[in-house]
Design a protein around this ligand. Structure first.
Ligand code: PLP
Length: 373
């Protein structure tokens, strides 16, 4: 029997979540952010699944972080436009940008100079990145006015200039900083009369006033709720990845006996411990505390003891039917339909869903469901 750990990727759920983003932002176009191998879900399979949506519903474009990620999509026969969210990393990439038909973000003066010096044979759609308060990438609003003029003065090389910016706090309940960033970008867009692309998943889900011409949802497409407080919209998200394994051994412990490295978990009573084939060598977070939720035979249970490289241990004392071969879901949807959100697991690991999803390592086979839909 093969090692039972698998990441099931539900492409119907992915399509559902993308359609939810569109429904929430009906006056915007929705870019699908599929960088980092579609947040660990497999970028070509996810892009192909989204492209299988009917015309008018499917994503008008995808977004990735590097030319290598864009190349992988083209090699996988994905033909839709692809935006490089951080643009080029060196001028030498521009020939590949042209050959692959990519759209470019520009966030730095050297990128603008390189683009205009390169003189592409056909004008490249450009997204002008503005730093409205994230203080990571982008031009200040004042600099952006000058850059925008230079870009639209070169219509033979540059086309369809949009303004983009990224929110630092769109997920937070306190909306003060978010509103400052939004006001800054709205003023600039009005002044230049240019379309806006601002909204990541939290802003797509919670801030209609930030939707603009384009929204840029990422993590919500994979079913994770990025908001501090869940909403009616986030409750409609469906998990795309189910990290599924099985019990490979059982241990009976007397009260006081300890489990695993450093004996972190000690049995408070006579206990039954299930050993599950999944560990940090698969990308499961080693910071998971005792009690981190899992589903055993579709029932809630908690991790007991430190996560090892290839295994983790779960207290199944209250699940009498648990035995070798029983299904264990680390996050996602169990066979009985019960859902364990990756967000809830992330909270127990003092991290966010993004790191858990992108952290599932290549040795975990991806199994795609909903391919034919
Ligand atoms: C520029 C940019 N836009 C959009 C996204 C998507 O964000 P989220 O996954 O929170 O929707 C990201 C993600 O990091 C990003 O860097």
């Amino acid at each position: 029997m093969a090692r039972p750990l698998v990441a099931d990727i539900d492409l119907d759920a992915l399509r559902h979540n993308y359609c939810l983003a569109r429904e929430l932002a009906p006056h915007s176009q929705a870019l699908a952010v599929i960088k980092a191998d579609a947040y660990g879900h497999g970028s070509v399979a996810c892009a192909a699944a989204l492209e299988s949506l009917p015309a008018g519903v499917r994503p008008p474009a995808f977004a990735v972080a590097s030319i290598e990620e864009a190349e992988a999509l083209r090699e996988g026969h994905i033909e839709a436009p692809i935006v490089l969210l951080e643009g080029i990393f060196e001028a030498g990439e521009l020939a590949r940008v042209e050959a692959l038909g990519l759209w470019l973000a520009v966030h730095s003066e050297w990128q603008v100079k390189a683009l205009l010096l390169h003189r592409p044979a056909r004008p490249i759609p450009v997204w002008l990145k503005v730093d409205s308060g994230m203080h990571r990438l982008g031009f200040t609003p004042e600099e952006a006015i000058d850059v925008w003029k230079r870009l639209i003065d070169s219509p033979e090389y540059v086309t369809a200039v949009q303004l983009m910016s990224h929110f630092a706090t769109a997920d937070a309940v306190d909306d003060g900083y978010f509103r400052q960033q939004l006001a800054c970008m709205r003023e600039l867009a009005q002044r230049l009369d240019v379309p806006l692309c601002l909204a990541n998943s939290p802003a797509t889900l919670a801030w209609p006033e930030a939707h603009g011409a384009w929204v840029r949802p990422g993590v919500m497409l994979y079913g994770s709720d990025p908001l501090e407080v869940a909403s009616d919209a986030t409750r409609r998200l469906k998990p795309v990845m189910t990290l599924r394994s099985e019990i490979i051994a059982m241990r009976d412990l007397k009260a006081g006996e300890a489990v695993g490295y450093a004996g972190r978990w000690q049995a408070p009573r006579t206990s039954r411990i299930a050993v599950v084939a999944c560990g940090y060598g698969d990308g499961y977070d080693r910071h998971a505390v005792d009690g981190t939720p899992v589903l055993v035979a579709g029932q809630p249970a908690g991790i007991a003891g430190k996560v090892s490289m290839d295994m983790l241990t779960v207290d199944v004392t209250d699940i009498p039917e648990a035995g070798i071969g029983t299904e264990v879901v680390l996050w996602g949807q169990a066979s009985n339909g019960r859902v364990l959100s990756v967000d809830s697991v992330a909270r127990h690991c003092d991290t966010i869903s993004y790191t858990l999803l992108t952290g599932v390592l290549p040795r975990v086979p991806r199994r795609y469901l909903g391919l034919g839909t």
